[in-house]
Design a protein around this ligand. Structure first.
Ligand code: CP
Ligand code: NVA
Length: 318
């Protein structure tokens, strides 16, 4: 196996913007290899003696469990640090937390409310920091999504992805992931729920070099026509619960992925969702539980892509 090389001595992954196309390719290649090996019951201890710290200010099923299990499968350890388990909850600064944790840990994953908090953590930590979801980005999800697309479509370049719903943290990083790997992406969202303007501009600029089109529209029907992939996410991200009534009224019915929407896409289109999902809201049960859906493969690939990422960041001798 080709050794993964990373230019700087410490690399943080706070967004897909932190990964080059080449690095994404390498992570996907390694993830496929680790997945094949794991299916054969062969997991090699590339991270023996290494410990991952896991700071979670928000709940999580997939991110928490896949990181923890991934470390164990690679022969390392993981320590879950819930919001109230560390002195951060009593006012210790992020700077001091980062410096202290760096004395014991080899890598940190953090799920935070404010993106600037994970940026501060990364700035003061001397070990690599991975964003496990902030209000702005979700890079680990996008690595799993790209792997899932590649497995289903046997390629990335030249595909067309339509995103329906909230231009949220997952959408921001997915635009960057698509732009970097040659997938054109159209986001259909209500007015006022567009992805971050600076990320749209960045994705468009990257897309110019990779020959992809990144577009924002408010018209779901035109966005999904002839798409290879339709993706969505909850209308109510963690922390937005207070906006439930207004959001549901704004997003429904125009931005729901249902059978009629899927039928406008290509005949072999797939449906993706990072989960957790609300059936009857952003997606109907007959789509997420139907023939188009690859959501369980997508959830599984969180494990494989994160194992690859951990090996890369902790410089495993592969
Ligand atoms: N997709 C995802 O990140 O799921 P969790 O919130 O369960 O970690
Ligand atoms: N946009 C969602 C993603 C959950 C994985 C949230 O932030 O809650």
């Amino acid at each position: 196996m080709k050794t993964l090389k990373i230019s700087s001595s410490k690399k943080d992954i706070l967004s897909i913007a932190d990964l080059s196309t080449n690095e994404i390719d390498m992570i996907l290649m390694l993830a496929e290899k680790l997945k094949r090996e794991q299916k054969r019951g062969k997991s090699r201890p590339f991270l023996r003696g290494k410990t991952l710290g896991m700071i979670f200010q928000k709940p999580s099923t997939r991110t928490r469990v896949s990181f923890e299990v991934g470390m164990y499968q690679l022969g390392g350890d993981a320590i879950y640090l819930g919001a109230n388990d560390i002195q951060l909850s009593r006012g210790e600064t992020i700077e001091d937390t980062a410096k202290t944790l760096s004395l014991y840990l080899d890598c940190i994953v953090a799920r935070v409310y404010k993106h600037k908090d994970v940026q501060t953590l990364a700035r003061y930590a001397s070990v690599p920091v991975i964003n496990g979801l902030s209000d702005s980005f979700h890079p680990c999800q996008i690595l799993a999504d790209l792997m899932t697309i590649q497995e289903n479509k046997k390629k990335l370049k030249g595909l067309q992805l339509a995103w329906l719903g909230d231009g949220d943290n997952v959408c921001n990083d997915l635009m960057l992931g698509c732009a970097k790997t040659g997938i054109s992406m159209t986001v259909a969202c209500p007015k006022g729920y567009e992805p971050l303007g600076e990320i749209v501009e960045l994705a468009k600029a990257v897309g110019k070099k990779t020959d992809v089109n990144i577009a924002i529209t408010h018209d779901s029907t035109s966005a999904v026509r002839d798409a290879d992939i339709i993706a969505t996410d909850t209308f109510i991200s963690i922390g937005k619960e207070g906006e439930r009534t207004i959001r549901e009224a704004t997003f429904l019915p125009n931005y729901q992925v249902n059978k009629d929407i899927m039928k406008l896409a290509k005949g072999d289109a797939i449906f993706m969702h990072c989960l957790p999902a609300k059936r009857g809201m952003e997606v109907t049960a007959d789509v997420i539980d139907g023939k188009w859906s690859v959501v369980w493969q997508e959830a599984e690939n969180r494990l494989h892509t994160q194992k690859a990422l951990l090996c890369l960041l902790m410089k495993a001798a592969l």
